[in-house]
Ligand binder design. Structure first.
Ligand code: PLP
Length: 439
C-alpha cells in the first residue's frame, strides 16, 4: 500500500519542483552528484532560494516550515534580525584579521561561564575540526594514540571518527562490535587505533575499555546520540562511562556539536555528567561556519602559543569576527528562559506526534529530549545502532516527501520562533499525509 502512496508523493513532488530539477541537472555537471553535502534527496533535492524566520523558500517559490534548520544549527531560525544585524555590522567593519578580536574573548567567556567542563576554549570553523582537535589534545595529553567511539556515532568527517559510522546492524558478540571502515582507501591501521563500543551496554564497554586502557587516549561520545534519534541513554550509562574513564585515566570527550542546544551548558549541564574535553559547533556560530573545543586548563594549555605551543594549531578563519559576532548575538539571546520555552515545545511535539501515531494505529515511536525529536517506524525500543537502523524506510520516505508536498521539511528540531501553531501544523499535516499514503 505504501509503495503506491510513495509513488503518488514522488509524482506530486516532481510536479512542484521543476526549477529545482533543472538546477540539479546543471549542478551535476560541476559538482559530484550536484552536491558538497552528505545526503542526496531523490528524485531531486530542493534548491533553496532564501530563508525567513521558521521558513525557507525554494527555487520554485514553494514555502517550507523548516524542522531541519540547517542540521539543527539555526536555533533562532533563518535570517533572524538580531543575528543579521550583528553580521551586517561586522561585515561593514571587516570580515577577517590575523589579529585577535574582542568579540571572540566575550564569546569564549560566555561559553566557559555556561558549559561546566570548559576552563578554556579555542574556536575553529566546523564541528569536524572541533572533534579532530579534541582528539588530538587527548592524545598529546595522555601520550597514547588509540581512541574509542561508539558504533553508529557521527562526529564529523575526519579520518579517526570515520569508523563504524554506519556499520552492519547485527547483534554484537561479547567483545563488542568490530571496527568497520567507512570507505575505501582508509589506512588499515585505523581499525587498530579506533576501538568501537556498543551504545548502552556498560558491561561490554567496561570489558573493552579495561582491555585497551594502556593505549587509549580518550572515549568520544555524544551525550545524546543524534544518530539514534536523540533517545537518551539508559539510566546510569553515561555516568558509568564517566566513572570508567576516570578510573582508567582515559580522557572523556563529549561531542556537543548538536547537544549544546539542550541548555545553556549543553547536555553536560542538563544530564549532570561532566567530560574532560568538549567539542562544539553549529549554534556556537549563530548560523555561520563554526566550531569550538575546550576543557580543562591543563589540557588546553597544550595549545598556548606563548613560547611555542605543544600542539601548533593555526587557522585562517579561526575566531573570525563574523562568526564571533553571530555567535555572540545568538548566545546572548539564549537565556535560560528561552531554553526552557524551547524545550517545553520539544516535549509538546513529541507528545502530540505520539498521540497521532497511536490514533492512526501506526507502529511508530517518537524519541528525543529537550528540543530534539525523531520519528521511528519501529515498535522496538531504540537502545543502540541496531535497533535504530530497523525502520520502515519506505513509509519514512513517503512521510518526508508527503510533508514536503505540504510545505513542511521534516527534521529533528525547532527554533526560538516555534510556537504551538507550528507544532500543530506539523502534527496535523503528519496525520493527513500518513492517512493519504496508506490509502
Ligand atoms: C554530533 C556531530 N558531531 C560533529 C559534526 C560535524 O560538524 P560539522 O558538520 O560542522 O563539521 C556533526 C554535524 O552534523 C554532528 O552532528
Amino acid at each position: 500500500m505504501t509503495a503506491i502512496g510513495l509513488r503518488r508523493e514522488i509524482d506530486r513532488f516532481e510536479a512542484r519542483t521543476p526549477r529545482s530539477r533543472e538546477l540539479q541537472k546543471e549542478a551535476v555537471r560541476w559538482l559530484p552528484g550536484g552536491s558538497s553535502r552528505g545526503v542526496h534527496h531523490e528524485p531531486n533535492p530542493v534548491f533553496v532560494d532564501y530563508g525567513e524566520g521558521h521558513y525557507f523558500y525554494d527555487a520554485d517559490g514553494n514555502r517550507y516550515l523548516d524542522f531541519i534548520l540547517n542540521a539543527t544549527s539555526l536555533i533562532m531560525g533563518h535570517a533572524n534580525p538580531i543575528v543579521v544585524e550583528a553580521i551586517a555590522e561586522q561585515a561593514g567593519r571587516g570580515t577577517g584579521f590575523v589579529g585577535p578580536n574582542e568579540t571572540a574573548v566575550r564569546l569564549a567567556r560566555m561559553l566557559c561561564e555556561r558549559v561546566p567542563s570548559l576552563d578554556k576554549v579555542r574556536f575553529v570553523n566546523s564541528g569536524t575540526e572541533a572533534t579532530l582537535n579534541a582528539i588530538r589534545a587527548a592524545r598529546a595529553f595522555t601520550g597514547r594514540h588509540k581512541i574509542a567511539k561508539f558504533a553508529g556515532a557521527y562526529h564529523g568527517s575526519h579520518e579517526y571518527v570515520s569508523v563504524s559510522v554506519k556499520p552492519p546492524a547485527g547483534p554484537h558478540g561479547p567483545d563488542g562490535p568490530p571496527a568497520a571502515a567507512e570507505f575505501h582507501g582508509q589506512p588499515p591501521s585505523l581499525l587498530d587505533d579506533v576501538i568501537v563500543l556498543p551504545w548502552n551496554d556498560l558491561e561490554v564497554c567496561e570489558r573493552i575499555l579495561r582491555r585497551n586502557a594502556d593505549g587509549l587516549a580518550c572515549v568520544i561520545i555524544e551525550p545524546i546520540a543524534s544518530t539514534l534519534g536523540y533517545a537518551p541513554a539508559r539510566p546510569g550509562f553515561l555516568e558509568g562511562i564517566r566513572a570508567l574513564t576516570t578510573d582508567l585515566d582515559v580522557l572523556l570527550v563529549f561531542d556537543e556539536v548538536q547537544t549544546l542546544r539542550m541548555s545553556p551548558g549543553g547536555a553536560q549541564e542538563m544530564l549532570g555528567v561532566v567530560p574532560d574535553l568538549t567539542a562544539m559547533g553549529k549554534m556556537v556560530g549563530g548560523g555561520l561556519p563554526a566550531g569550538a573545543f575546550g576543557g580543562r586548563d591543563d589540557i588546553m594549555a597544550l595549545f598556548d602559543p606563548r613560547g611555542g605551543a605543544a600542539i601548533p594549531h593555526a587557522g585562517t578563519f579561526n575566531a573570525n569576527p563574523m562568526t564571533m559576532a553571530a555567535g555572540e548575538a545568538t548566545l546572548k539571546h539564549m537565556t535560560p528562559d528561552v531554553y526552557g520555552r524551547l524545550n517545553a515545545l520539544g516535549e509538546m511535539i513529541r507528545g502530540k506526534l505520539r498521540a497521532v501515531f497511536d490514533e492512526l494505529e501506526v507502529p511508530a515511536q517518537i524519541t528525543g529530549i529537550a528540543s530534539f525529536f525523531s520519528i521511528h517506524f519501529n515498535a522496538e525500543e531504540i537502545v543502540d545502532h541496531g535497533s535504530a537502523s530497523r525502520d520502515d524506510a519506505e513509509l519514512k520516505r513517503a512521510l518526508s516527501l508527503g510533508l514536503l508536498n505540504e510545505g513542511i521539511m521534516l527534521g529533528s528540531t525547532i527554533c526560538t520562533l516555534t510556537t504551538e501553531s507550528e507544532v500543530d501544523e506539523l502534527v496535523d499535516t503528519t496525520r493527513r499525509v500518513i492517512q493519504r499514503v496508506r490509502e
